[in-house]
Every structure is written in C-alpha cells, then in structure tokens.
Design a protein around this ligand. Structure first.
Ligand code: HEM
Ligand code: SF4
Ligand code: SF4
Length: 511
C-alpha cells in the first residue's frame, strides 16, 4: 500500500512559497531546494578532495599535529590554507543541506509507505556526518579539540560500556599518548568511506537518482566557498595544553552545538535527547497518520507483452521483469514489488496497452492502479468530455499533488486529476483531440524539477516531445496541446495560463 495526497500543512504552503521565490531568483533549473541531496553529495566530494590534500601535510602526534596544521594554514595559506578552509566550510554546508533535505522530505511527507527505506537509511548518515566532523576537530589538537575531546569522553563515560573512565586519560600528558592521534586520523578517514556506503544504500531504491547538482549551481557553490575561505580563513585556536582548562572557545555551531548543551545539562539528558530524536526519526514512517493509503500497481498478464517500458519509467525500482509464467509467446512479464511501490501510476502511463481504444483484452492495461483502472479512467474522461459546451473546449489533465483543478472546471473546461500527471498515457491525449469535441488539451502537474514522484514531469515532457516511449504521435496537432507546471501555490497563475490557452484556441479557430 502507498500514500495519496499529502495534506497541505502550513509548513508545506510556506515551503512552496519560499521555493517560488527561489525559482524567481535562480530559475527552476538551479533552485538549490530541488537538489538538496545532490548538493549534499557535492559538498561531500569537496570535503573529500580538500581533505586528501591537507592530509598529505598532516602529522599525527601530540607534539606535531597542531604545528603541522599551523604550517599548511599559514606557511602555505595560498593552497593548504584555502584547502583547510574549503574543508571546513564545505563540511558546514553539508550539514546545512542535509538538515534542509531532511526537513523538506518531512514536510512533503515523502517518508511514508514504500519510501520508508530511503528515509530510514538517511538517519545513520546524520550520525556519521556529525561523528566525522567532530572527529575532524580533534585532529587539530588545539584548545577546542582539547575541550571537545574531554567533554565527549565524559559524555561516553556516562554509558556503562568502558571498564574505566576514558576522560581520565586526558587530564595529564602522562596518561595520554600518540596512539590517540593514530586512532583519530584512522577514524577520520574511515567514517567518510562508511558515509559513502550509506549514501549508496540510501539511494538504492530510487531509479535515476539525482546525485549531481547542475554544473552552474555546483560552480556557484564552490565559488561562494572559495570567497568565504579567502575572506575568513579557517584557523585553529591556541595549542592544547592538558595542564590548563581551555576557556573562551569559539564553537562551530554546525557540528559542535552539543557541547554547550553538555555544559548545561548532565550527560544522561543529552543522551536521551539524541537517542530519542534518532529513534523518533527512525519510527516516523510507521506513525499512523490521516493520509489515505492507496493500493499499489498490479500487473494484468493478459495485456502485458513484456516490453519493459514500465521498468524504464518507474522512479522507485518497483517493477522487475521475470520469465513468462502464463505460456504466452513473450519472453518476460512485469512483476510489481509491492513494498517498493509508491502508487504513483507512472508505469500505467508508460504501458503501451494503456489506451482508450478497445483492444483484444477490452479496456485493460498491462499494469493498472486498482484505485483508477484504465477502464474507469476512460469512462470518467468520456463523461467529462461529454458535458463540455461552448467554444475553446479544453480538457485539463493534472496531478493530485500539485494545483487543485476543481476551480478550473466549467462549461468549456473538463478536468481530470491523476496520482501523477505521468500516469496519463499519450494515447488519451490523442483520443481526446481526435475522437471527442475537445479543441485543446492542457497538461499540468508539480512545478518543473519538483515532481512529487521525482520523474513524472520529465517523462511527460519527453513523451510529448516524442523523445520517450510511449510517444505522442507525430501527427497529433501540437499547437492544441499546452503544458504549464504549477504547484498548489500557483493556482492563480494556472487559471491565467489556461485562459490564455483558450484564447489562443479561439484565435486559431477564427483563422
Ligand atoms: C548528507 C546526507 C545525505 C545525502 C548525501 C542524501 C542524498 C540523497 C539523494 C542524492 C537523494 C535522491 C534525490 C532524487 O534523486 O530525488 C535522496 C533522497 C532522499 N533522501 Fe537523502 N541524503 C542525505 C541524508 C538524508 C537524511 C538525513 C534523510 C532523512 C532522514 C534523507 C531522506 C531522503 C528521502 C526520504 C529521499 C527520497 C525522496 C523521494 O522518495 O523522492 N536523506 N537523498
Ligand atoms: S511507477 Fe508503478 S510500480 Fe513504480 S512506484 Fe509508481 S505505481 Fe508503483
Ligand atoms: S509496460 Fe505494460 S506491457 Fe510493457 S512490460 Fe510493463 S506491464 Fe508489460
């Protein structure tokens, strides 16, 4: 089972409004909010490359770590210093985009049903990224490192896992040796490898995951980090001295916010907070909600020719091909992996047997949404079209997750909302234009680059442009088809565009 409409919460409306502003500034193509996961990965690569460079000059040891960092920061400021700053600022940016990414997926409700897996595998990434960042601060071995190391050990000592208190090793030089630095540099190199593994798992159930931001956006971000690195280079605080308790520390609030909390609270409540928050994130996908669950896609073998188009278009790797089981003269058949299916219906729009024209099997598609089978879709469309009157008659196809179509319905306007606009088979557009009295087809759905089901908008555009199967036939009159992508915050603009389209149809008719 999967999810229907996310309700429009205040947070959702605010997010849409804010993203609308970003769209006006950057354009939909470069809106950073539309590729926060990919930006996270980009910052991860910047951290890795800059980290590899400075690691070449880093020396492990109580007496040399600090001075080696000072060397590349000051003596080699033009490269080592810049790399250090890039390393630090890209790490901060990684936390920012990760938190925004998490919040955005939460607000959009994209963590329930089959999406649990991607959400759930994101949670360890939070821990790993903070562990790597805090660990990085220790490597510098300045007063901040001294403070955070001792505070961390005291925090861990609260858990009954170590036979003797770890913080005891850090009170004097005698109890403390260079093995600490070997361990810290080992973990600082190993954790990013584990992060990479978890990112791979995180996107395992997504087809065509967007792992790279658009080049112009990436270059802009890199430039911003470089400018920041030049204006405010990352520096160490004074050298650590185990004999003196560090005071007046500058805290990196992106990574080290937990330490001021540890100063105020005892370790127990802080553990309760971080473990409680992590557990809450983990169980969130299963917390009951008022979101309606809609059934997942189902294959009808009698109408499936094993063409694989549904596999190519499913954004969630939820259709697989298996050897034929019904003796029909095809090699393979489609099988829906139910616990991966988000009920978007995109596969229905991809299936060549999803057509409003009667076939051997009647009005049955190879793959169907039980909540809206092709026969029911056809009947509703025919009914909607039959009531149209006047001139410039138009049918609007839209999506349940974007602008509401109800207000557009009128004597001359029929509307049909689908779980995703990409559920619309191209043959339905041809049917509407050729077999009915409709003069135009207006297609809408989530804002460009912001499809609720990731790929829907792109697939629709490519099918209409005859670049993707099932293509809209070349002979279809393209100037009777209009697209306008609009979220629920863009209803007014949508109504205006529809009216413009109808005006152009009237002018077309008068020619
Ligand atoms: C820095 C760490 C992270 C990176 C690099 C990352 C990266 C990505 C990428 C590349 C995608 C695919 C985007 C697309 O193609 O649509 C994605 C999707 C997703 N991420 Fe993350 N992510 C991170 C952390 C998290 C966290 C902490 C959570 C939440 C706990 C999370 C939740 C999700 C969800 C729910 C999706 C799927 C959205 C959908 O179903 O359409 N991610 N992430
Ligand atoms: S494309 Fe079909 S199989 Fe894939 S997630 Fe959507 S409804 Fe499920
Ligand atoms: S697109 Fe339709 S016909 Fe092709 S494999 Fe999928 S279900 Fe079968």
């Amino acid at each position: 089972m999967a999810i229907s409409n996310p309700t429009e919460s205040f947070a959702h409306r605010t997010l849409l409004r804010f993203e609308g502003i970003l769209n006006r500034i950057f354009g939909n193509d470069l809106n950073p909010f539309y590729c926060l996961g990919a930006l996270g990965l980009f910052f991860f690569w910047v951290v890795t490359v800059s980290g590899v460079y400075i690691y070449a000059f880093y020396k492990t040891g109580m007496d040399v770590s600090y001075s080696s960092v000072e060397y590349y920061t000051h003596e080699q400021w033009y490269l080592g210093g810049i790399m250090r700053s890039l390393h630090r600022y890209a790490s901060g940016a990684l936390v920012v985009v990760m938190v925004l990414h998490l919040l955005r997926e939460f607000i959009l409700g994209r963590y329930r049903g089959a999406r649990w897996f991607t959400w759930f595998t994101g949670v360890p990434l939070i821990w790993l990224i903070f562990a790597a960042g805090i660990n990085g601060y220790w490597m510098v071995w300045d007063t901040l490192a001294q403070y955070t190391t001792i505070a961390s050990m005291e925090w861990f000592d609260w858990l009954p896992i170590f036979p003797e208190p770890m913080s005891g090793y850090f009170v004097s030089r005698e109890g403390f040796n260079d093995r600490f630095f070997s361990l810290v540099s080992f973990t600082h190199v190993t954790i990013p490898l584990v992060i990479l593994f978890f990112i791979w798992v995180h996107i395992l159930r997504l087809s065509y995951p967007v792992v790279n931001p658009k080049r112009r956006l990436a270059l802009g971000m890199l430039l911003a980090l470089l400018i920041l690195s030049l204006l405010k280079p990352a520096l160490s605080q004074g050298p650590a001295d185990l004999g003196i308790e560090p005071s007046r520390l500058g805290i990196d609030w992106f990574y080290l916010f937990i330490y001021p909390l540890l100063d105020v609270w005892s370790p127990g409540p802080v553990w309760a907070l971080v473990i409680g928050f992590s557990l809450l994130l983990c169980v969130l996908p299963w917390i009951p909600s008022r979101h309606k669950q809609i059934p997942v896609a189902e294959v009808n073998l009698e109408a499936c020719s094993g063409c694989r188009l549904c596999v190519a278009d499913c954004p969630y790797e939820a259709v697989v091909m298996k050897p034929r089981t019904d003796g029909m003269n095809f090699l393979e058949e489609a099988v829906v992996v139910a616990d991966r299916c988000v009920s978007c219906g995109i596969c229905v729009g991809a299936c060549p047997s999803s057509t409003p024209y009667r076939s051997k099997t009647g009005y049955v598609s190879g793959i169907e949404m039980p909540s809206l089978p092709i026969s029911g879709f056809r009947t509703t469309m025919v009914k909607e079209l039959a009531r149209l009157q006047g001139n410039a008659r138009v049918i609007v196809f839209g999506c349940d997750h974007a602008a509401n179509l109800d207000n557009l319905r009128g004597d001359g306007v029929a509307v049909l909302s689908l779980p995703c606009t990409a559920m619309l088979p191209s043959s339905f557009i041809e049917y509407a234009l050729r077999e009915s009295q409709v003069e135009g087809v207006f297609i809408t759905g989530c804002r460009e680059n912001d499809c609720y089901y990731r790929m829907g908008g792109q697939w629709v555009e490519q099918r209409l442009a005859a670049k993707r199967e099932p293509r809209l036939r070349r002979r279809t009159e393209r100037d009777r088809i209009e697209q306008f992508w609009a979220s629920s915050a863009d209803s007014k603009e949508l109504a205006v565009e529809l009216e413009k389209f109808r005006t152009s149809l009237r002018e077309f008719n008068q020619r």
